[in-house]
Design a protein around this ligand. Structure first.
Ligand code: BG6
Length: 508
């Protein structure tokens, strides 16, 4: 890893949750690994009044609270926070940006940062047009000497139309390679490992297609509810919050053709092609291929858990989905006829994200069918937690006859005792500083993803006959979602049981 050039990172929304929980802990880890530039500053911007000193104090506290790895000594945190500065402004008022410009000029001079500035928008999406536009008014989007980049958090748009509009607006004053659209799932080590698993192992590629794969399943489950984000979530829902970005990006990496190189353009071209090949869902089939659900109150481990509609900030009559499952196809030579199933939900029995490649059954099963022994081979790529990879296959039970038992061949990252997986934000912040956009979503791919989901969004918004199924908090979502996938050989994979039943066990 080489170090980025000297730069100033401007974080809008600097007193917000994302900055405190994710960005600052990631930045200090980069700092401790000596991966930040020789000379740099982090300029926090938001409406709240802080001085440089009080902002440093706030961040000191949040690093203590949210740092996930080994404890960091106070003097190291203090060394890091010396690089922090703060400028309060009303981000909606374009005149106020003069203050940022002055601050940037001073810091640039002092730190010799060659006018290399990154503007990170860790703000509500309503400011994604406003801030870049106000930066333009003060000439902060371009310069001769160094470079300028903007990093935009998800959700990028609210639907297809708004995403197209936002892209158009941004591209009037910024070039595509200045825009870094974050999807933090792409920064996860195990998501990147998908590329390595597929393209560095000769054994998988010949099998990775419609001839050998029966179906592909992707699950991203969370055990928590909406916590304190009810206000945001109720206007978003699982489709916008998780499917449009995180789940479809994983589909892109699982399904893409081998890129010609590891170059960002080559990789992102291949993901785009996958999205362009998604078979459009017809309005009249939405209720058969997409299931939505909402968690209702239940008891988990003897504790009462509120239903979604009782959560703070949520409309008591809300129809917003906290669970979504979709069946779809990719119409191309590799995947023609292979169903893909994706599902995500809040208040499911556990937090887990995994991709399961289900291989086809042998043409004729020779052995006695017992205890699911005839089940197909599965390759399970565990994105989180307990990151790893597992292959399920049949083995002969020692002794007479041919008793077959399913066994696992597995690898867990935790077995590599000296390796700590970097957080997604660590990787993505470093890449943005290095100017590598491979793990960021390109504008055209974001639009394709919205386009694919548009019929579902429209039907869910306007067709009152499409039900929102309730599921008790702590279970695997509405039973109706089983019908999407179930036939005599197939069900969803359940990495652990419902919490409201006979307790939790985890298989991996
Ligand atoms: C975010 C969503 O993008 O991803 C959240 O807005 C969700 O609702 C989160 O909880 C999940 O991310 P992770 O990395 O915790 O799995």
């Amino acid at each position: 890893m080489h170090k980025p050039q000297n730069l100033i990172l401007v974080i809008f929304g600097a007193s917000g949750d994302l900055t405190k929980r994710k960005l600052m802990p990631a930045l200090i880890h980069l700092y401790l690994q000596n991966l930040l530039p020789e000379s740099f500053a982090i300029l926090g911007v938001s409406r709240t009044e802080f001085s440089d000193e009080s902002f440093r104090k706030l961040i000191f506290e949040s690093i203590k609270e949210f740092n996930e790895n080994d404890e960091i000594q106070d003097d190291l945190i203090n060394n890091f926070t010396k690089n922090l500065y703060y400028q309060p402004i009303d981000t909606a008022d374009s005149k106020e940006y003069a203050k940022i410009k002055t601050r940037l000029n001073e810091l640039n001079e002092k730190l010799n940062t060659n006018e290399n500035f990154i503007f990170y928008l860790s703000t509500p999406p309503s400011l994604y047009e406003v801030i870049p536009n106000n930066l333009v008014k003060h000439g902060l989007n371009k310069n001769e000497a160094g470079w300028r980049r903007i990093v935009i958090e998800k959700p990028f748009g609210y639907d297809l139309e708004s995403a197209i509009r936002l892209n158009e607006k941004l591209l009037q004053d910024y070039s595509e390679d200045q825009i870094y659209r974050i999807d933090h799932f792409l920064g996860k080590e195990t998501v990147q490992n998908l590329l390595v698993t597929r393209f560095s192992n000769g054994i998988y590629e010949p099998l990775w297609n419609r001839n050998f794969i029966d179906h592909v399943e992707i699950t991203s489950a969370e055990s928590l509810g909406v916590e304190n984000r009810g206000g945001y979530y109720d206007k978003s829902g699982a489709l916008r919050d998780m499917v449009q970005n995180h789940l479809l990006q994983m589909v892109g990496l699982v399904a893409m053709e081998p890129p010609s190189s590891l170059d960002s353009r080559a990789i992102r071209n291949e993901t785009l092609k996958v999205f362009q090949s998604l078979r459009p869902i017809q309005p009249e089939e939405v209720d058969q291929v997409a299931i939505r659900g909402q968690y209702v109150a239940s008891k988990i481990k003897n504790e009462d858990v509120p239903g979604y509609r009782e959560e703070e900030g949520v409309d008591p009559n809300s129809k917003t989905e906290t669970y979504a499952a979709i069946k779809f196809y990719i119409d191309n030579w590799r995947w023609g006829g292979v169903p893909f199933y994706i599902r995500t939900g809040k208040r499911l029995p556990t937090k887990v994200t995994e991709i399961v490649i289900h291989f086809k059954q042998t043409p004729h099963y020779l052995f006695t069918k017992k205890n699911g022994s005839e089940a197909c081979n599965q390759l399970i790529i565990r994105i989180q937690p307990d990151e790893g990879i597992l292959l399920k296959f049949g083995m002969k039970v020692p002794g007479s006859g041919y008793n077959v038992q399913n066994v696992n061949m597995d690898f867990h990252y935790s077995d590599l005792s000296n390796v700590k997986l970097p957080t997604a934000y660590e990787r993505l912040l470093l890449d943005a500083m290095l100017g590598d956009s491979t793990l960021f979503s390109r504008g055209d791919a974001v639009e394709e993803a919205w386009k694919f989901l548009a019929p579902i969004q429209k039907a869910w918004e306007s067709d009152n006959n499409i039900k929102v199924y309730g599921y008790p908090a702590g279970t695997w979502g509405p039973e109706n979602a089983d019908a999407l996938i179930e036939n005599k050989n197939t069900t969803w994979r359940y990495p652990c049981k419902n919490l409201t039943g006979d307790g939790l066990y985890c298989e991996l």
